[in-house]
Design a protein around this ligand. Sequence first.
Ligand code: SF4
Ligand code: SF4
Length: 79
Amino acid sequence: MAKRPGHVFRVDADRCFGCAACVALCPLDALKLQGLLAVVKESSCTHCDLCIPACPVHALAIVEEVPGNVSDSLPQLLA
Ligand code: SF4
Ligand code: SF4
């Protein structure tokens, strides 16, 4: 699947509890655990969606990028 223009992969830090299910699924090693939080390497993620349904707490999403802010820990503020 092609990467979605203007979108970024987002981990909701308030929901993620570090179960690593998504980390194990990613075929591109784009996800790593930092303590009990999954973090994405956006440059490696292809927005394939494979990991998203695997998260038991729905912490993963592909969202519109906020212009000028590429922080991986930014909460989802956009509808
Ligand atoms: S969307 Fe695909 S490439 Fe991106 S982190 Fe999830 S499994 Fe990996
Ligand atoms: S599957 Fe969900 S809760 Fe588990 S590490 Fe990934 S983002 Fe966090």
